[in-house]
Design a binder for this molecule. Structure first.
Ligand code: SAH
Ligand code: SF4
Length: 356
C-alpha cells in the first residue's frame, strides 16, 4: 500500500482530528468518532469504523492512513518480558519491550518506549549508543509502539484488557529530550481521558542530562516522573561515561534539577549504572551522597547488563550490596533495579537492532 501521499491520522489529538474533518468538508464530530476508534478501540482500518458513513470510509481509505508499527518478531523471556522488533513506514526498525509488573506477574505490563532510531549521545556502556544514530521518531511512532504492543499482548495472552499496559517508561532506544516536542506530544496522547487514558503518574521519562529538556518539562502541567541517568558523581568520570556531560557538566545539570524541583515540587529519580571497578568505590559513594542528598531524590541503582562488544563488567552481588549500604547509611533513598529480560537482550541498554 502506498502511504506516502496520505495524511497520517495517528498522532493527531482529538482537536486536530476534528479540524481535519472540517478541512475535508465533514462535520466536526466525525473527528471525535475516529479518535475513539483509533485510540480506544484499537482499529486502524477505516472500513471497520462502523459508525462512519460508507462513502467517507472509502474516501479516507484513499487519502489518509493510520500507521501502527508492524511487529516483525518477538522474543519472550523466561520472566515473561517480551521484546518486539517493530518496523516503521520507512522500514527503519526499532525495539520495544514489555515487562510484567508487580504481584501475580503477567496480568499488567510496563512498556519501554523508544524515542529515536539509535542514539547520538554514545554513552560508553550502552549498546544503543554504540550502534549509531538514524533519526528521531514522530509522536505517532511512539504512541504506535503503545498501540501495537497492546494489540500484540491482548492477542498472544488472549486477554481482552485495554489496560493491560499500565505503565510507560521512555527508556528504550534514544535520548527523549533531543526529540522533546514529539515525545511530549506522545505523552499527551497517552494520558488523554477521551483516548488511551493512561494514569500520568505511571509514566517516566529518562534523560541522560539534556538540560534544556529538563527545564522545559518543568514548565509543562504534567505529573509524570523525571529520571536522570547520572552514572558518575564527578565531571571527570561522567565526561567519559556520558559524553553529553561535556556540554552540560554536573553543575549545570544539578542547577536544572533544582529548577525542576522548585517549579514542580516533584521528586526526581537518579539512575546510577553499576560498573565493576569504575564507579562504585567508597569514594564514589561519598561524592554521590554529597551531591544528591540535598535534593531529596530517589537513587535507582542499575547493575550493569553486559554488552558483548563493550568492555564493562557487572559487579558481583557483594559489591552491589556494599555500595547500596554505603548510600543508605549516607541517608539516601535507594532501590536496586531488578534485571528483567536479560536472556533475550531486552534489559536496559541492551537494545539495538542487529539486522538494520
Ligand atoms: N537515553 C535515555 C533513556 C534510555 S536509556 C537515558 O540515557 O536516560 C535507559 C536507562 O538504561 C538509562 O539509565 C541508561 O543509562 C541505562 N542503560 C544503558 N545501557 C545499559 C546497560 N548496558 N545496562 C544497564 N543499564 C543501561
Ligand atoms: Fe543514548 Fe541513553 Fe544509551 Fe546514552 S544510555 S547512548 S543517552 S540511549
Amino acid at each position: 500500500m502506498n502511504t506516502i501521499n496520505r495524511t497520517q491520522l495517528l498522532g493527531m489529538n482529538c482537536k486536530q482530528l476534528e479540524d481535519y474533518m472540517l478541512q475535508i468538508g465533514q462535520p466536526r464530530y466525525r473527528g471525535r468518532q475516529i479518535y475513539k476508534w483509533i485510540y480506544q478501540k484499537d482499529i486502524s482500518s477505516f472500513y471497520e469504523m462502523s459508525d462512519i458513513p460508507k462513502e467517507l470510509r472509502r474516501q479516507l481509505d484513499e487519502t489518509a492512513v493510520v500507521s501502527i508499527p508492524r511487529v516483525l518478531k518477538q522474543r519472550v523471556s523466561k520472566d515473561g518480558t517480551r521484546k518486539f522488533l517493530m518496523e516503521l513506514e520507512d522500514r527503519k526498525r526499532i525495539e520495544t519491550v514489555v515487562i510484567p509488573q508487580g504481584e501475580g506477574r503477567g496480568s499488567r505490563y510496563s512498556l519501554c518506549i523508544s524515542t529515536q532510531v539509535g542514539c547520538p549521545i554514545s554513552c560508553a556502556f550502552c549498546a544503543t549508543g554504540s550502534s549509531g544514530y538514524h533519526r528521531n521518531l514522530q509522536s505517532h511512532e511512539m504512541v504506535g509502539q503503545f498501540l501495537s504492543s497492546r494489540r500484540e499482548l491482548k492477542k498472544r495472552l488472549k486477554k481482552n484488557d485495554d489496560n493491560i499496559i499500565s505503565n510507560v517508561v521512555y527508556m528504550g532506544m534514544g535520548e527523549p529530550f533531543l526529540n522533546y516536542d514529539q515525545v511530549i506530544a506522545s505523552v499527551y496522547l497517552l494520558i488523554d481521558p477521551q483516548g488511551i487514558n493512561l494514569d500520568q503518574r505511571h509514566i517516566t521519562i529518562s534523560t541522560s542530562g539534556e538540560v534544556k529538556g529538563i527545564k522545559r518539562l518543568a514548565e509543562e502541567d504534567l505529573q509524570i516522573t523525571l529520571a536522570i541517568s547520572l552514572h558518575a558523581p564527578n565531571d571527570q568520570l561522567r565526561d567519559q561515561l556520558v559524553p553529553l556531560n561535556r556540554k552540560y557538566p554536573l553543575g549545570q545539570l544539578m542547577e536544572a534539577v533544582e529548577y525542576y524541583l522548585d517549579k514542580t515540587n516533584r521528586r526526581v529519580t537518579f539512575e546510577y549504572i553499576m560498573l565493576d571497578d569504575v564507579n562504585i568505590s567508597r569514594e564514589h559513594a561519598h561524592e554521590l551522597i554529597k551531591m544528591v542528598k540535598p535534593l531529596l531524590a530517589n537513587i535507582n541503582l542499575i547493575p550493569y547488563n553486559e554488552v558483548e562488544t563493550l568492555p564493562f563488567k557487572r559487579p558481583s552481588s557483594n559489591k552491589v550490596w556494599q555500595f547500596y549500604h554505603w548510600l543508605v547509611e549516607g541517608g539516601l533513598n535507594v532501590t536496586i533495579r531488578e534485571e528483567r529480560g536479560g536472556d533475550i537482550e531486552a534489559a536496559c541498554g541492551q537494545l539495538y537492532v542487529k539486522e538494520r
